[in-house]
Design a protein around this ligand. Structure first.
Ligand code: UDP
Length: 243
């Protein structure tokens, strides 16, 4: 067996090659960044927690007909995934106004968005991941018009499935970010789905700070980051039906 080679190290994950060119190994790290890496830290246990939560959410989505890059988890913090060509877009779905949406539009935190909002951001750290218009997206040929429509409809279907799942965990899915890749002609959901990439509010608490169970605890120095991630994991595991 050849030694895995590091392909790429990102802010929260390291990607390695494997013996199979169609398979990559992702190592989830405890490192955390926010505000385009201007704020850095570590969240103890995050790698294992995010890998395990992502595993269960990918499996749940696969069972409901959403193709994902997930293969399996050789350890608690590593995931084998199908090698895909990542589309350089961050697809954000919002059910409730928070974060940059409030800052940029003046909408009050907590405003319910019905229908949910789907947004496309250009995945480019040097440019600070700017929000794109559909026309800019087309002009830059970041995705074909057909792919854009497919991304939108997959994102909305994923939103229905995840909202329903988190509801059963007594957690409100406020918003989340998805990334997709192409395996040949097939569009696959890639990256991760975790408290790093979702806003999750505890339904048992209405206090705007105490209810936060996601990376906003780190971004906003709310404390209790590790515990919040651990609680999300516990609730996800309690709801997962054995396959
Ligand atoms: N998000 C992410 N990675 C990014 C930007 C956003 O995972 O690079 C997630 C974020 O955690 C939230 C959603 O996408 O769940 C919407 O984020 P927003 O645009 O409000 O940006 P933020 O306020 O996090 O800067």
């Amino acid at each position: 067996m050849s030694t895995p080679t590091k392909l790429y190290e990102g802010k929260a994950k390291i990607l390695y090659t494997t013996d199979d060119p169609g398979v990559l190994l992702t190592q989830f790290k405890d490192d955390a960044t926010a505000f385009n890496a201007q704020k850095k830290g570590t969240i103890a246990g995050k790698g294992e927690i995010n890998c395990t939560i992502s595993q269960h959410l990918f499996q749940l989505l696969e069972r409901q007909g959403i193709p994902t890059h997930f293969i399996d988890c050789p350890s608690a913090s590593t995931m084998r995934v199908k090698a895909v060509k990542i589309i350089p877009l961050e697809v954000v779905v919002r059910n409730i106004a928070a974060g940059s949406l409030c800052q940029q539009t003046g909408l009050a935190l907590g405003t319910v968005l019905n229908p949910p909002l789907v947004e496309f951001y250009y995945k480019n750290d040097a440019l600070g991941d700017p929000l794109l218009t559909i026309d800019r997206l087309r002009m830059m040929a970041l995705a074909t018009p057909e792919q854009v429509e497919q991304l939108r409809s997959m994102a909305l279907k994923i939103n229905v499935l995840l909202t329903d799942f988190f509801q059963r965990c007594a957690i409100t899915l406020v918003d989340f970010k998805l990334e997709f890749g192409m395996e040949g002609e097939q569009l696959l959901l890639a990256d991760e789905i975790s408290p790093d990439t979702c806003r999750l509010w505890d339904q048992a608490d209405t206090d705007p700070d105490r209810r936060v169970m996601d990376k906003d605890r780190f971004r906003r120095d709310l404390g209790g980051v590790e515990q919040a991630y651990q609680h999300v994991l516990e609730r996800v595991l309690a709801q997962i039906t054995p396959v």
